[in-house]
Design a protein around this ligand. Structure first.
Ligand code: NDP
Ligand code: PHD
Length: 351
């Protein structure tokens, strides 16, 4: 496996960063060269810089690796996975791209920049070509590819087959989001235990603007956002991992529930055709039981990379409604970013 591409993980101490490290520990295409986070962590061994919070081999076997300074002069690799907070990402991600790295980012800093792909490989693989526009625009040899907000990622995977088959006109989505979405230490236990908090800062506008970009049409140089209305109502609930979403949609032509179900079942997107290592065999798992999907029973299936849909039924207001579930820190973060990098590799952007 010596030909694996060296990578840097920025933000390696955090909730998402640790998941990157676990996934990359035995990845067939990538190997971790550098670990970095803030100045607080630089110079420490990885095991001293943070407490490992995941199952599996602690620290991905890299507990003794000394953490570097998160700047391209110190920790440049051809591929950079960024699990940085948005503030430091705004400065550091372009610095790494300028220095020649292809940065796969989880942060929201550049998601809506017109020249930056906002990528979910099953949904809009062609948007990756924006990298060429980006490189010309900035004169970079590297680049930035972002994944979407975790709530938006799960939602867009459910909407994409419906948009392709019928056209989505309107979406109303109410989320119940896990505490891991707020990073570590996140929401204080005294605030969230036995409680529901009907506010997550900036979450609703992110979902409402990211969905049309991802479903938008790429015409060689730009993405024209899809013409659909999205309304998001976001809530924090006392769940560890997994965002549940109650979704109502209005589709063109008022298809039947059977047509909707067939559109999901007939969806065979590009990552599955390409056999990308992190692509789940079945990206959408449909549940027929009356009380599924459930976080505790379903969200870890397929290493957290598939989404789950159940309770499909008629909506008297918008036409169709269903329950949706996805893993916020895997599909919605680390796993999604690594899948983006696998797609870039398959398309020849990485050697
Ligand atoms: N959690 C989730 O479900 C999702 C998160 N994201 C995004 O991923 C990113 C990481 O989130 P998450 O892991 O939850 O957050 P955490 O708060 O758990 O981790 C933040 C990471 O950023 C590092 N960091 C903080 N300040 C700086 C700085 N000034 N310079 C360099 N590094 C710094 C921290 O390092 P140190 O330990 O040294 O302080 C830590 O490694 C965020 O942009 C978030 O919005 C995206 C989708 C889903
Ligand atoms: N805000 C999301 C997680 C997140 O970090 O989103 P974003 O990457 O858009 O900042 C949540 O709290 O569940």
């Amino acid at each position: 496996m010596s030909h694996r591409i060296p990578v840097t993980v920025l933000g390696a101490t955090g909730v998402v960063g640790q998941r990157f490290v676990r996934r990359l520990a035995d990845h067939p295409l990538f190997r971790i060269e550098h670990l970095a986070a803030s100045d607080r962590s630089a110079g420490k061994r990885y095991r001293e810089a943070c407490a490992w919070r995941l199952d599996g081999e602690p620290y991905g076997g890299l507990g003794d690796q000394v953490m570097g300074e998160g700047a391209p002069e110190h920790t440049l690799s051809p591929v950079v996975f960024s699990a940085l907070d948005t503030g430091p990402a705004t400065e550091l991600e372009p610095a790494f791209a300028r220095a020649g790295a292809l940065v796969f980012s989880n942060a929201s800093a550049f998601r809506m920049a017109p020249e930056v792909p906002l990528l979910v490989p099953e949904v809009n693989p062609e948007h990756l070509e924006l990298l060429k526009v980006q490189r010309t625009h900035h004169g970079w040899s590297g680049g930035i590819v972002t994944n979407a907000n975790c709530t938006a990622t799960v939602l867009v995977m459910a909407l994409a087959p419906l948009h392709a088959a019928f056209g989505v006109e309107a979406v109303l989505m109410t989320s119940m989001q896990a505490v891991s979405g707020a990073g570590y230490p996140g929401v204080p236990s005294l605030d969230i235990l036995g409680n529901v908090i009907p506010f997550i800062r900036n979450e609703e506008p992110k979902v409402e603007e990211e969905i049309p970009k991802m479903l938008g049409r790429f015409a060689g140089r730009t993405v024209t956002p899809a013409d659909l209305a999205v309304s998001a109502l976001c809530h924090r609930v006392p769940v560890l991992e997994g965002h549940t979403e109650a979704v109502s949609v209005r589709l063109r032509g008022n298809p039947t529930l059977e047509d909707v179900r067939a559109a999901w079942l007939d969806w065979h997107p590009e990552p599955q055709h390409l056999g990308l290592p992190s692509a789940p065999a079945v990206p959408i798992r449909l549940h027929d039981e009356e009380d599924r999907p459930q976080v505790r029973r379903d969200v870890e299936l397929d290493d957290g990379m598939s989404i789950h849909i159940g309770r499909l039924r008629a909506c008297p207001v918008l036409g169709v409604k269903f329950a949706l579930l996805g893993h916020n820190t895997e599909r919605g973060a680390a796993g999604g970013s690594i899948l983006n990098a696998e797609l870039a590799h398959a398309k020849g952007y990485l050697r």
